[in-house]
Design a protein around this ligand. Structure first.
Ligand SMILES: C[S@@+](CC[C@H](N)C(=O)[O-])C[C@H]1O[C@@H](n2cnc3c(N)ncnc32)[C@H](O)[C@@H]1O
Length: 458
């Protein structure tokens, strides 16, 4: 017999929020049953409506706040459209940093059972706004005019925005300019339901160190109406533009970029620097979105690796080689592994661009390539991992344990999988010494960490 839940759909109840979920919703407990409510902050008392009572947790809607958190910031209704993608817009920056640091501590203890590791205070930004170097905004139409912004949470409705608080001003300016030009030229927006129309997304990417701008026009159709006029007007309106790209996505899908990419004008790539290392970034490349905090993160990874110039280093999940090239400046040799072939092409191109010759890149799954290297007798002194949110594959963790590099530096964007993997490595003869949380994504619920692990000498 199924257990009776303490709440029913459409109930109105009074709650106190005790925590935040990993995606920033308030958590209230009703007779021990967790209720997740977007907009609630720990310590606040509120009236909520039960929307979806699930088996192990329910979802509610905030109706009225009786008592507010001292960390709450109220955003005027007319400014709300500037905060798309900001799950923590209602929490002060001080409150956000406190929440993220606590989340890391709690998860390392609860999932990783790591009690003695040093967790340093999180490194936040001096100015936590206007940090993103890239935006890709969906385009729609309302009353005969193009709209561009973000999807209202859990809907397909586009909120039209003239500015995003988390994007660099140059990125905001580029999106607005292209939207305006497409409006003038009456380029029709893509209609999701009927799969008709033309313009699906506008993307802009900006090299903060070089001042180079890339604009990507993403359409359903192979042709763009008034293409020449569009290019001419973009160049006239955005003097920093170095590259105008056309991407065609013919599929009825939520995936933004399609398979065909061509250069409409200018260069195929823009350039940017992280520290002294120069990177070529193409429209499809993964490149960290917060240039200021990326430098902080990579410097910490390099500090933890503590290289003398004699070490052989493996950089697993290396993307376009950003961390590998940073490490190569201080190591004897670096071997990077990444599953996306185009990213490895970029990584090799970036090594050549910087005249860095002590780095080699391999395409493949880190869980296959690194065990093969180990079988062939290739071992590393230092192993760096920077996996996607799901964490490291088991085969890689077991190979690390067998290979016994002196140090493991773990860069993670998900504290839960980080804690799980650190436990496996601890059980295999490593000790987590220090954890440095870094706030790469202010106003969102995400937190990044760098961890130093050392082999326990027997
Ligand atoms: C968090 S990103 C890190 C990229 C890079 N270190 C950086 O800072 O730009 C993770 C990378 O792992 C790659 N990846 C995902 N699964 C992989 C696997 N099984 N083996 C190797 N690389 C993988 C992704 O394509 C992505 O480039």
């Amino acid at each position: 017999m199924s257990k009776k839940l303490p709440v029913n759909k459409n109930d109105y109840i009074d709650v106190v929020f005790v925590d935040l979920t990993h995606d920033g919703s308030g958590v209230a407990k009703v007779d021990g049953y967790p209720l997740f409510v977007a907009g609630g902050l720990p310590g606040e008392k509120a009236k909520v409506k039960v929307i979806k009572p699930g088996k192990s947790y329910g979802v509610g809607k905030l109706i009225e706040l009786y008592e507010k958190s001292p960390y709450r910031v109220d955003i005027p209704v007319e400014e709300k459209h500037k905060y798309g993608g900001c799950q923590l817009e209602h929490l002060s920056y001080e409150g956000q940093l406190c929440y993220k640091e606590n989340q890391v501590r709690q998860v390392l203890s609860r999932i990783g059972k790591l009690e003695n590791v040093i967790v340093h205070p999180i490194i936040g930004m001096d100015d936590p706004w206007h940090y993103r170097n890239k935006a890709q905004v969906p385009v729609g139409e309302k009353n005969g005019k193009l709209t561009a912004g973000f999807f209202k949470p859990r809907t397909h409705e586009i909120v039209d925005t003239d500015e995003s608080m988390i994007q660099l001003p140059e990125v905001n300016e580029a999106i607005q300019a292209v939207k305006g030009i497409c409006n003038e030229l009456r380029i029709p927006a893509y209609q999701e339901e009927s799969h008709q129309g033309v313009l699906r997304h506008i993307m802009a990417r900006y090299g903060k160190q070089t001042g180079e701008l890339m604009v990507v026009i993403i359409t359903r159709t192979a042709e763009i109406p008034h293409k020449d006029k569009l290019i001419e007007k973009i160049i006239a309106k955005l003097p920093k533009v170095k590259s105008i790209i056309h991407n065609v996505n013919t599929k009825q899908t939520n995936v933004i970029l399609g398979e065909k990419t061509t250069v409409l004008w200018g260069s195929e790539v823009i350039y940017d620097f992280i520290g002294d290392v120069k990177f070529a970034i193409s429209a499809l490349s993964f490149y960290q979105v917060n240039p200021i905090q990326t430098k902080v993160l990579y410097d910490k990874a390099l500090e933890y690796a503590n290289l003398s110039g004699e070490e052989s280093v493996i950089d697993a999940y290396c993307g376009i080689g950003t961390i590998s090239l940073f490490l190569a400046q201080k190591a004897k040799q670096v071997f990077g592994v990444e599953v996306v072939p185009e990213a490895i092409e970029d990584a090799r191109r970036n090594a050549a661009l910087n005249g860095i010759t002590n780095v080699e890149f391999a395409v493949g799954e880190a869980e296959t390539v690194i065990p093969n290297w180990y079988q062939q007798g290739n071992v590393a002194d230092v192993l760096v991992v920077d996996p996607p949110r799901k964490g490291c594959g088991e085969a890689l963790l077991q190979t690390i344990i067998a290979m016994q590099p002196k140090k493991v530096v773990y860069v993670s964007c998900n504290p839960a999988t980080l804690a799980r993997d650190l436990r496996i490595l601890e059980d295999g003869g490593y000790k987590a010494l220090e954890v440095q949380p870094v706030d790469m994504f202010p106003s969102t619920s995400h937190v990044e960490c760098v961890v130093l692990m050392s082999r326990v000498e027997k």
